[in-house]
Write a protein that binds this ligand. Structure first.
Ligand code: GDP
Ligand code: MG
Length: 456
């Protein structure tokens, strides 16, 4: 248990119906005795856990406000420590005065995320579950909330723990064999070891493979609009955006910057970029835009490649087809309101995952595009309860672990001794325990909780 007792206003710093001042630590009740007088006269320190009392918050014998005090006794509280919450009227000044009184009575101001950090340190939740707390707070859709809740309920922890257990089993067999060679312990069969490690590797591959899904749920699908000048990229961007955000003209090279908007399209959230395309240009400013477009293209989850349906594919279009190989692309044959060249859709369908005919100007084909995006990124057999990683930190740990398991399999194949393999596998298990937070450095913990809000 931590020595200091911390306090913060846990509700937003704004006027509202109620404000809550939260106190956690060994001296919580003692502090509450000083700052809160219950109507019945009973001291907060005499109250049982999970009970509350109506009364007055008092500073130097002067009443600041009336409110309700709730007591949680260790370990049955959010942090696992003694916790007191004072609910008062939701004013900025009044809640700050109560907090100041609590601090004067012996508490220290809590840092961002410190309540949840203590909950983690006291074993109330795993690191992945603690991270999900913040995701619940920032969730802005049903899908995001469900995803965050599944992790908070331990889906990621259970999945990763399952893999660690399997590794521990392998390591156990290796250790027994290494430590007691004279006993009757059967030598570890390389074939059995190999197949066990491959199983671990497959499972890690699946975890990593669905890793992007978590980011997409939280941040949206990053989608970049690409195509040669005047095919209608900015018109499409404005259509998806629901307003004229990007400038549209029939002059090639109008869009020189990269314009970004976060939009909702049916069930999908997109972080959508309109670009100048990726052609070579003499215009210095446009060239900067083109460079940014290239970089966005590298990182994008989805490319909306626009082609002018009234013209045959140009050399520039052909080059683009080449550059987009291996990416997730929806080809858009635009200007359907005019007569569209025959065979274009067929040709592009052969090149890309999906091809849609549209008129960005008249909004035709929008439904089909929406469905295609939903289908590509949100349907399928991924369900949150599987335990899908939710951030870069977790993904990095999983990737490092997989690399090490791969290395161990290679080492086994070339006949390196089992002691060396044990060391490599220990490293892999360590990475996974880093992920769950079972064995994690203070630096990482600091980093995770610094992203929290104060009072959480
Ligand atoms: P960008 O250079 O690819 O961004 O293209 P713009 O969106 O600026 O459009 C270039 C020209 O094509 C403008 O004159 C638009 O009005 C026109 N345009 C864009 N989409 C359509 C469409 O669906 N149908 C027709 N007929 N014209 C379009
Ligand atoms: Mg444009």
């Amino acid at each position: 248990m931590n020595g200091t007792t911390i306090a913060a206003i846990s509700t937003p710093q704004a006027e509202g119906g109620i404000a809550v001042i939260r106190i956690s630590g060994d001296s919580s009740l003692e502090i509450a005795d000083k700052v809160f007088h219950t109507i019945s006269g009973k001291l907060p320190s005499e109250m049982k856990g999970y009970t509350c009392a109506y009364g007055k918050a008092v500073r130097n014998d002067e009443v600041l406000d009336e409110g309700v005090l709730t007591v949680f006794k260790a370990p049955k509280s959010y942090t696992g420590e003694d916790v007191v919450e004072i609910s008062c009227h939701g004013g900025i000044y009044v809640s700050r005065m109560i907090l100041r009184t609590v601090i004067d009575a012996g508490a220290v101001l809590a840092e961002a995320g410190e309540f949840t950090k203590r909950a983690f340190q006291n074993g109330k939740l795993m690191l992945t579950e603690a991270e999900a707390v913040m995701d619940i707070i920032s969730a802005s859709s049903e899908r995001e909330l469900k995803f965050a809740r599944s992790i908070q309920e331990g889906a990621v922890y259970r999945r990763i723990r399952g893999i660690i257990d399997k590794m521990v089993e392998v390591l156990g067999a290796l250790a027994a064999w290494a430590d007691y060679p004279e006993d009757d312990i059967p030598e570890v069969e390389p074939d059995v070891l190999r197949s066990n490690l491959c199983e671990v590797c497959d499972e890690l591959f699946k975890v990593i493979d669905t890793g992007d899904y978590g980011r997409i749920i939280k941040e949206g699908v990053s989608a970049v609009i690409i195509g040669r000048p005047n095919v209608g990229k900015s018109t499409l961007f404005n259509l998806l955006n629901g307003c004229d955000r990007s400038i549209v003209t029939d002059i090639a090279g109008t869009t020189r910057d990269v314009v970004e908007e976060r939009i909702r399209l049916g069930d999908a959230t997109l972080r959508l970029w309109d670009t100048a395309g990726i052609r070579e240009t003499e215009d210095v400013i446009e060239q900067i835009g083109v460079n940014i477009a290239r970089e966005r293209l590298e990182r994008a989850d989805l490319v909306l490649a626009v082609f002018d349906g009234t013209e045959p594919l140009s050399e520039e279009d052909e080059e683009l087809l080449h550059k987009l190989k291996g990416k997730r692309v929806i080809a858009i044959v635009n200007k359907l309101d005019k007569s569209v060249k025959s065979g274009l859709k067929e040709r592009l369908s052969g090149e890309f995952e999906k091809c849609i005919e549209m008129s960005a100007k008249e909004g035709k084909g929008l439904e089909e595009l929406t469905e295609a995006i939903e289908e590509m990124f949100y349907k399928g057999d991924i369900i949150p309860e599987m335990g899908i990683l939710s951030n870069e930190r977790q993904l990095c740990c999983a990737k490092s672990a997989k690399e090490l398991v791969d290395e161990a399999i290679e080492a086994l194949d070339v006949g390196i001794n089992l002691d060396a393999i044990t060391v490599i596998l220990d490293g892999a298990a360590e990475e996974l325990m880093n992920l769950t937070g079972e064995r994690v450095s203070e630096k990482v913990v600091e980093d995770v909780f610094s992203r929290f809000c104060v009072g959480k």
